[in-house]
Design a protein around this ligand. Structure first.
Ligand SMILES: Nc1nc2c(c(=O)[nH]1)N[C@H]1C(S)=C(S)[C@@H](COP(=O)(O)O)O[C@H]1N2
Ligand SMILES: [Mo]
Length: 440
């Protein structure tokens, strides 16, 4: 199910092809076509999506949907991505199948993509000229840094930090929630390099009355209206001032991928990834809870108390999601494999718990009746996911099994075996991940 304002590419072209081209390829701020043909800039953003230069791009009729996008259900070769499942073409949203998240450090081509709006045209991004403005009521010395200045003035830090979309797991809620129907793959844990948000805020004279941050990115609203933000969220100041809250300019030692926020993004490990602003151009420190786009209503908010599925929850009874709950993935083997019944079975994956660490991971092959404890590694740094593995599992006879993994955080809170509390937008589903195995 899509949000009412999130239209697919066919629908959009059907209404008004020239306007569609403008919204999709014009980056919002300029005309995408002249006399029926696309402008250079529109061709460049279309090329980025198609994964290669459109050689005769100047002859491409502006009213046509590129065939690569029009003719299949997996139309996109997302630039820089491999094997992701596209959930929505506008805005682009794509998740990673669990078995492709097996690496300890999530590679660039395997990190999910969650866009609320339209990314800035790729040829409009010049890292040398990119600026970051620090402002807001609680900043004494508002300052604009160029990206090279930011890199030069502040100490660099490299950390592995887990980011997970608040809506990861949404597809299982019933009654269903609108929005991208994420299964399990809107999570990843790459290694980020950047400067500390704290160092930058303090250099701009952060005042004592600061209680919240807010970010603004260079992407544009789906309507194409330059006056509207696609998303503008923030975190309480205490979270912003943690050692691990980074303004990152690199991922896994390279430029951040275009769709993941190149050339500059926030990374707020352990919190809904909606707080990790991409293509960030402005950060504000505020003396009120930030009230930007998707901070209010049912966006990234859940009821303060458990509600029956389908309940209409009054606005004042909703609270902003903070740390994400304990969760785990089985990343090896791939669900659906066949395994010789005579051989011992091994599996592995990752576990994470928002601001907390993971204490234990248990594995069950009998739908949760009995559990065996897995070997669990410590995180490489705070807010990085942890790796678990288990060997020597014996299937008693041939047949269909499910392997379930269940993590427990440092406070003793466990993942639920089945769906946790229903909420209007389908956030925070941290039920046990399960894979199917045929013992043969
Ligand atoms: N500027 C901007 N930042 C953004 C978003 C966005 O649409 N625009 N989406 C947010 C959401 S909801 C998520 S889950 C993460 C996704 O990060 P990724 O696309 O790099 O995986 O980015 C967050 N930051
Ligand atoms: Mo998200």
């Amino acid at each position: 199910m899509k949000e009412s304002n999130e239209k697919g590419i066919h629908e959009l072209y059907g209404e008004d092809p020239e306007k569609a081209a403008e919204i999709l390829w014009g980056g919002g701020g300029f005309r995408a076509s002249r006399r029926g043909f696309l402008t250079k800039s529109a061709i460049a953003s279309m090329s980025a999506l198609l994964g290669g230069k459109i050689v005769f791009g100047d002859r491409f009729p502006a009213s046509l949907i590129p065939a690569a996008l029009a003719q299949s259900d997996q139309p996109f070769k997302l630039p820089g991505k491999e094997g992701l499942v596209v959930l929505n073409d506008r805005p682009i949203n794509a998740e990673t199948p669990a078995h492709l998240l097996d690496d300890k450090i999530t590679p660039a081509n395997r990190l999910f993509v969650r866009n609320n709006g339209l990314p800035p045209a790729s040829d409009s991004i010049d890292p040398e000229k990119w600026t970051l403005e620090i402002a807001g009521e609680s900043i004494g010395k508002p300052t604009t840094f160029t990206l090279p200045e930011l890199k030069e003035k502040f100490e660099h830090h490299t950390l592995q930090l887990t980011i997970e979309c608040g809506g990861n797991g949404r597809s299982e809620f019933n009654p269903p929630a609108t929005g991208n129907q994420w299964t399990v793959g809107a999570v990843g844990c790459p290694e980020w390099t950047g400067v500390r948000l704290r160092d930058v805020l303090e250099a701009c004279d952060l005042k004592d009355d600061a209680i919240y941050t807010g970010y603004y990115g260079k992407d544009t609203h789906l309507s194409g209206d330059p006056g509207k933000e696609a998303i503008s969220r923030g975190v309480p100041i205490a979270k912003a001032l943690e050692d691990e809250s980074l303004i990152a300019f690199a991922m896994n030692g390279e430029d951040i991928p275009y769709l993941n926020g190149h050339p500059l993004r926030l990374v707020t490990g352990g919190w809904p990834a909606s707080t990790s602003g991409k293509w960030v151009k402005k950060i504000v420190a505020r003396n009120v809870v930030h009230d930007g786009a998707k901070m209010t209503g049912s966006s990234y908010r859940v009821p303060r108390y458990p509600v029956a599925p389908g309940t209409q929850v009054p606005d004042e009874d909703m609270k902003i999601i903070e740390s994400m709950p304990v969760k785990s993935l089985v990343t090896f083997p791939q669900s659906g494999i066949e395994h010789p019944v005579k051989e011992a079975f091994s599996c592995r994956g990752h576990a994470w718990a928002g601001d907390l660490s993971v204490k234990e991971v248990h594995v069950s092959i009998d739908f949760g009746a009995t559990w065996s404890r897995a070997v669990l590694e410590a995180p490489v740094n705070r807010l990085a996911w942890q790796h678990w593995s288990i060997e020597g599992i014996r299937f008693p006879m041939k047949g269909y099994y499910e392997v379930w993994a269940r993590a427990v955080d440092e406070n003793g809170t466990s993942q639920p075996m089945i769906l946790p509390g229903w909420n209007p937008k389908g956030y925070l589903n941290n039920a046990c991940h399960r894979i199917a195995v045929q013992a043969i």
